[in-house]
Design a protein around this ligand. Structure first.
Ligand code: ZN
Length: 504
């Protein structure tokens, strides 16, 4: 036993050093996206690459493998949900993944995506797909090579999907999306046949400082802890974590669009509150982070959509918003405002899409990723394939590639494969988990209507946040809901909410 204790201690010490390197790199990344002067860019990229390489080298050290080999029987002798068992199990899984990809391939991949990302930042405003196309060819080739490090898959995208959403495969995501699509398409059609909601009330002038202050008040009420975080401005909002004691968010303000900063703030605060709720004992270990892309997104969507786009929420907050912006909003009714922030329309840009059409944007990208990986869609044909799918699925045509296949950073800064399905899985899960919280506490909506979020926050903390990565997403879903991932609570949520809004 004493021997196991000392081996476990050694493993934790090694994992902490790796976490320190990653935390330092995250500070550099946060600074790069917020305050760094332009002149720092080249060195910053190099510094982050160096830290990333050191962390990777330390993790794939055979000594870590030996410790895991020695500790595995001990881990398996413990109850499944014992912290030590989970630490050994989860670290083993990540170690096996990390050691299957040769460091040379990973190094080449990071070097290449840094170049591709940089090229994309210039190609997008210039509507210049042709300069990034050869880079994307190489990304596709490297993505296939990474997938091939995990032989035995059914579909070449499976290993890449598994990295982001463990336990999901191309086939299971396809089946899930097909089921969802069958429900969504008629709903989108019925809604968009009606007179579109008037959102002009959101497009007036709203001074930045007041917008920021209002958002901060809302997320303080949610339970975002400013003793363990802060909010700064950036171009593309994100959440980042340096340790479980320092979890930051960023936002973006548009003075002519009230929704931009507010919903980006509530979204990122949702991601951050998930991390803030993780058991502190897991800090600096592989358990001390969210368990999958989909579960993470479910928490941002809960606070952004289910809570802060609900009518109940605004019964409490709309008078406060009117008091903040009396000239702009005093003549705008709560109903008009609520319809405006939930306007449904067939549009070109995923990140601006409403709750109902959003998943159609994701499905397009998911299908195109699979086709590229399979080899049935070549990079040079991507722009046309993109336009064709937007025409058939959403009935819209982008005037150029800027609002077409150049719009999202994912393929230009990472792998092709597994990059998008987490968003829709997150939407589905947000309603599944919220539904479960309501079963335990039917008073939650009434509390939200009074600006009180403690019951919901506590339920999420106790049932989801605290576990960090102790359970995989499928295990967590089973534990929380007593069954597998299913779409009916999400469909029920959309039909009820938009049924009322559009009098369906
Ligand atoms: Zn998110």
């Amino acid at each position: 036993m004493a021997e196991m204790d000392s081996k476990l201690q050694e493993l934790k010490t090694r994992l902490m050093e790796i976490s320190d390197l990653n935390g330092a790199s995250a500070v550099l990344g946060w600074d790069q996206a917020t305050y760094m002067p332009r002149g720092g860019a080249a060195a910053r990229g190099r510094q982050m690459a160096t830290l990333g390489r050191l962390a990777q080298e330390k993790f794939i050290d055979p000594a870590v493998g030996k410790l895991l080999d020695d500790l595995t029987p001990y881990g398996e002798s413990l109850p499944f949900d014992h912290d030590d068992a989970a630490l050994i199990r989860v670290t083993r899984r990540e170690y096996d993944n990390a050691t299957k990809i040769p460091p040379s391939l990973l190094g080449e991949f990071y070097q290449h995506t840094a170049i591709a990302y940089d090229a994309w930042t210039r190609a997008r405003p210039a509507n210049d797909f042709s300069t990034v196309a050869p880079l994307l060819e190489k990304t596709l080739d490297l993505s296939r090579q990474m997938a091939d490090c995990f032989p035995g898959y059914d579909h070449i995208a499976d290993p890449l999907i598994d990295f982001a959403d463990y336990g999901m495969k191309a086939a299971s995501v396809r089946a899930l999306f097909a089921e969802l699509r069958e429900q969504l398409v008629p709903l989108v059609r019925t809604i968009t046949e009606q007179e579109p909601a008037d959102d002009s009330c959101l497009k007036q002038h709203f001074p930045e400082d007041k917008q920021l202050a209002f958002g901060v008040e809302v997320i303080k009420d949610f339970g975002y802890d400013f003793e363990r975080g802060r909010q700064d401005k950036t171009h593309h909002p994100f959440m980042t974590k340096f340790s479980l004691g320092d979890i930051r968010i960023t936002t973006r303000v548009k003075e002519n669009d009230l929704g931009e900063a507010l919903f980006s703030t509530t979204h990122e605060a949702g991601h951050a509150m998930y991390e803030m709720g993780i058991n502190m004992a897991y800090d600096a270990t592989p358990l001390g982070g969210g368990t999958s892309a989909g579960v993470h997104e479910s928490q941002s969507r809960t606070w952004e959509n289910i809570v802060s786009r609900s009518r109940t929420f605004w019964e409490h907050y709309y008078p406060k918003l009117q008091a903040t912006f009396p000239e702009q909003l005093n003549k705008v009714s709560l109903d008009t405002f609520h319809r405006a922030i939930n306007k449904v329309q067939k549009s070109l840009i995923r990140t601006d899409a409403d709750e109902v059409t959003y998943n159609l944007h994701v499905m397009i990208r998911f299908d195109l990723e699979l086709q590229m990986l399979e080899g049935s869609l070549s990079i040079k044909d991507l722009p046309e394939a993109w336009h064709a799918r937007y025409k058939s699925d959403l009935g819209v045509q982008a005037p150029s590639n800027v609002d077409g296949c150049l719009q999202d950073v994912h393929w230009y800064g990472g792998v092709i494969g597994g990059a998008f399905q987490g968003y829709t899985i997150g939407n589905i899960l947000s309603a599944l988990f919220y539904n479960q919280a309501l079963k335990a506490h039917p008073e939650i909506p009434a509390e939200i209507g009074k600006g009180k979020f403690g019951t919901l926050h506590n339920w999420l903390r106790n049932n989801i946040y605290t576990h960090g990565s102790k359970f995989t997403a499928p295990e967590l879903i089973e534990r929380v809901t007593g069954g597998p991932l299913r779409i009916d609570p999400y469909i029920g949520y959309l039909k009820e909410k938009y049924g009322e809004l559009y009098k369906l």
